[in-house]
Design a protein around this ligand. Structure first.
Ligand SMILES: *[C@@H]1O[C@H](CO)[C@@H](O)[C@H](O)[C@H]1NC(C)=O
Ligand SMILES: *[C@@H]1O[C@H](CO)[C@@H](O)[C@H](O)[C@H]1NC(C)=O
Ligand SMILES: *[C@@H]1O[C@H](CO)[C@@H](O)[C@H](O)[C@H]1NC(C)=O
Length: 391
């Protein structure tokens, strides 16, 4: 009897404690430092840019705890918490045109692994305190209007795998210490106002996109020295100069390269070791490349798309290009190529598309799409080959 009674009391007491404890808990889940950081984050966004139906409008700190669930009315979207509901792990805002600055207090959200504010109107600097977010794996500030330079402290983010700051107004140089970002796989800083040369790159990078900036100087081997996994290089629309040396296309994992719309003056290319290369697509159009059409591209077994359009190439179209089975697109228009193009381009079912137009070729069958647009007037071709001083 006595035992039964005390067990009952214990059960009741335990039940009561659990109940009281859980209701209590629901009122204060999120760490106070995370709450104050979130409040500061929202406070630095102009209220007039927060539509009533947006994620941020539902962030009501007076009415609820950010990590409390279920979230039917408050904090309905835009953030994710840890499984124990104490820490913020993710902020992914809706792209509704929020306008404001990014508070430095964000650095208190030390468990954050994803921050995505893409397609809004955030402006001002990217706070250097962002380097305190040591668990950050993905940082996406694409298509905003952030300005100033990329804080060099960003190199502290060793776990960061994807960094997309494209389409902002960032200026200045790339941080020299970027090569310490050993977790980084994808880096996209395209369409900003970055200048200077490319520093030594993070060693585990797969994709590098820096198109549409003002980067200058030649591509140097030391920048790419550790880049054994680099597959995609997007550097078009910059001010790169000099000769692209043969080490570049021998980067062991390289697949796609776009260096169009720069000021390169030469390209050196050697045959890949043991005929092994994953190179698929190369765009070197709209540069100032002189010399003969680089025949060694034909030795890259998977190469399917090659553009050398609008450069200053001379001599003949290499016969090897005509025999290359993997080639599907070939743009050689806008150069000073001479002679008759290899007949192999015109025999079959026209499996190669592209253009040989605007050169100094003869006998390019007008019935072939490849021969459009027309060749240059012979006066220009004579001048180019007439031994007269180069303009
Ligand atoms: C972006 O910021 C720059 C200055 O930092 C300013 O000149 C420009 O007007 C802004 N653009 C937009 C779309 O707000
Ligand atoms: C290379 O970049 C230029 C400029 O951004 C673009 O117009 C072109 O289509 C790209 N080339 C390829 C093969 O995608
Ligand atoms: C590349 O340069 C050419 C010639 O200057 C220009 O016509 C073209 O618009 C440029 N392409 C891009 C994508 O900027």
């Amino acid at each position: 009897m006595g035992t039964f009674f005390s067990i009952s009391v214990v059960v009741v007491v335990v039940f009561f404690l659990c109940f009281v404890h859980s209701t209590d808990y629901a009122h204060a889940l999120t760490a106070p430092s995370d709450i104050s950081a979130l409040k500061a984050f929202k406070a630095s966004i102009k209220p007039s840019s927060i539509p009533s139906w947006s994620c941020l409008a539902s962030w009501d700190f007076a009415a609820a705890d950010p990590c409390a669930s279920p979230r039917r009315i408050h904090f309905t979207c835009g953030l994710t918490c840890s499984p124990d509901s104490t820490r913020l792990t993710q902020i992914t805002l809706d792209p509704v045109g929020y306008s404001g600055t990014l508070t430095p207090l964000l650095s208190q959200l030390t468990q954050l692994h994803t921050l995505d504010l893409a397609d809004n109107y955030f402006y001002g600097p990217i706070p250097s305190s962002i380097s305190s977010l040591l668990n950050l794996q993905s940082l996406t500030l694409r298509s905003n209007n952030f300005s100033g330079s990329l804080p060099s402290s960003i190199a502290n983010l060793k776990l960061l795998q994807a960094l997309d700051l494209s389409r902002n107004s960032l200026s200045g140089f790339l941080p020299g210490a970027m090569d310490s970002m050993s977790g980084l796989r994808r880096l996209d800083l395209s369409f900003n106002r970055l200048e200077g040369s490319i520093p030594r790159l993070p060693p585990n990078l797969l994709e590098l996109a820096l198109k549409g900036n003002s980067l200058s100087g030649p591509l140097s081997k030391s920048s790419f020295d550790g880049s054994t996994q680099l597959e995609v290089v997007e550097l078009s629309e910059n001010s790169l100069t000099g000769t692209l040396r043969s080490w570049f296309f021998l980067l062991p994992s390289i697949q796609q390269v776009n260096l169009s719309n720069n000021s390169l003056t030469g390209v050196e290319i050697s045959t890949p070791a043991a005929g092994q290369s994953d190179l698929v697509a190369v765009d070197l159009g709209f540069n100032k490349i002189q010399g003969y059409a680089p025949v060694n591209f034909a030795a890259y077994p998977l190469l399917s798309s090659l553009s050398l359009r609008y450069n200053r190439l001379r001599g003949k179209i290499p016969l090897e290009f005509g025999k290359k089975k993997s080639l599907r697109r070939l743009y050689l228009d806008g150069n000073f190529l001479i002679g008759q193009p290899p007949a192999t381009f015109f025999g079959g079912q026209g499996q190669v598309s592209g253009s040989f137009g605007d050169n100094c070729l003869w006998g390019c069958p007008p019935s072939s799409q490849l021969c459009l647009p027309n060749q240059k007037p012979s006066s220009i071709c004579k001048q180019a080959y007439g031994g007269k001083p180069k303009s």
